[in-house]
Write a protein that binds this ligand. Sequence first.
Ligand code: PBG
Length: 343
Amino acid sequence: MNKFSRTVSSPATRRTVDEITGGRRLRRTRKADWSRRLVRENHLTVDDLIWPLFLMEGENRQEPLDAMPGVMRHTVDQAVRQAERAARLGIPAIATFPNIDPARRDETGSHSLDPDNLINRASRAIKEAVPEIGIITDVALDPFTSHGHDGILRDGEIVNDETVAQIAVAAVGQAAAGADIIAPSDMMDGRIGAIRDALDQNGFQNVAIMSYATKFASAFYGPYREAIGTGGLLKGDKKSYYIDPANTDEALREAEQDLLEGADMLMVKPGLPYLDIVHRLKDTFAVPTFAYQVSGEYAMIRAAAANGWIDGERAMIESLLAFKRAGCDGILTYFAPEMAELL
Ligand code: PBG
């Protein structure tokens, strides 16, 4: 007999479960589906979904993305079809991300200022065909720069103030093309105030700003970079402007600053690994708070499901519900059309 094989007495032989719990049995409300529905605290609805759409040049074409099964890049005419589909499903808003022709990318991302660039052409076409859907556009420079960074690169540094000046102008161009919400994802200091000023000065007082207030330097953006064609371009990393994944107080200060500068809504990105941030922001500021279930999160669920390792549909629903539980008002997710169809 060794020390692991001695017999232990069951606690239940000393006290009954009712003595232990005082008769408080939490399983009572879980016993049947009707009862679980009755006590359910959080619900996912189609109103919670924002669908990110990838754009590309050309006509009447769509390209599948290897690392994001079920997600495509769309030419503008096809993006209009997708926006129509989203509206039919009741999805309130889409968010567009362009894959810019490499020949148009340069050191400063100057093509971001072109009123006729891919993102602006798409906004105009979607606004005209589907006026009832909200259009959210990102003003970060990464789709437009030859180095894949979100800002202007000079002597090895992402220069803050010059970048802010440029994205403020790009934001006005996007608003003029029909964007309803400008969503800057670049994490430069002062960008929210500068964009607000520029929008107001140009008569776009009613265009809102959804700040990617707490965007972390994450490994989960990989498939997105493939989708917009920056994966191979990016030199170095984005740690000098995105938040360190180790920090939460810093995320709070970023969000506070963006609200003071005029942000209407906050976003946390990535999503699932950062639900503590969502919860803290919602608790602290009580403003509309969103999270972005990013490409890598989507890819992980899809890949595991494709291998038969998890039930993909249930994992999708559970992950989206988790955002609601944490305090999100809405979720940017590549699952949006599939989830909307289920709802
Ligand atoms: C960049 C940007 C990123 C995403 C949206 N805008 C990440 C990045 O490459 O830095 C990520 C979205 C996703 O992964 O789904 N401004």
